[in-house]
Design a protein around this ligand. Structure first.
Ligand SMILES: [Zn+2]
Length: 47
């Protein structure tokens, strides 16, 4: 059995979802940024 074509979807942490538009936030150093609406927050807010 090969698993070559199996694409594992990354689990999206709810903390990584934009509060304003629901888009996935991108991690940038210590900030989470939304590419769609420009929303961002500091990683330190999460922990
Ligand atoms: Zn957004």
């Amino acid at each position: 059995m090969t698993q070559q074509n199996q694409i594992k979807e990354e689990e999206i942490d709810p903390n990584y979802v934009c509060e304003s538009c629901g888009f996935t936030l991108e991690e940038r150093k210590c900030k989470l940024m939304c590419k769609r609406c420009g929303y961002f927050r500091s990683c330190s807010d999460l922990f």
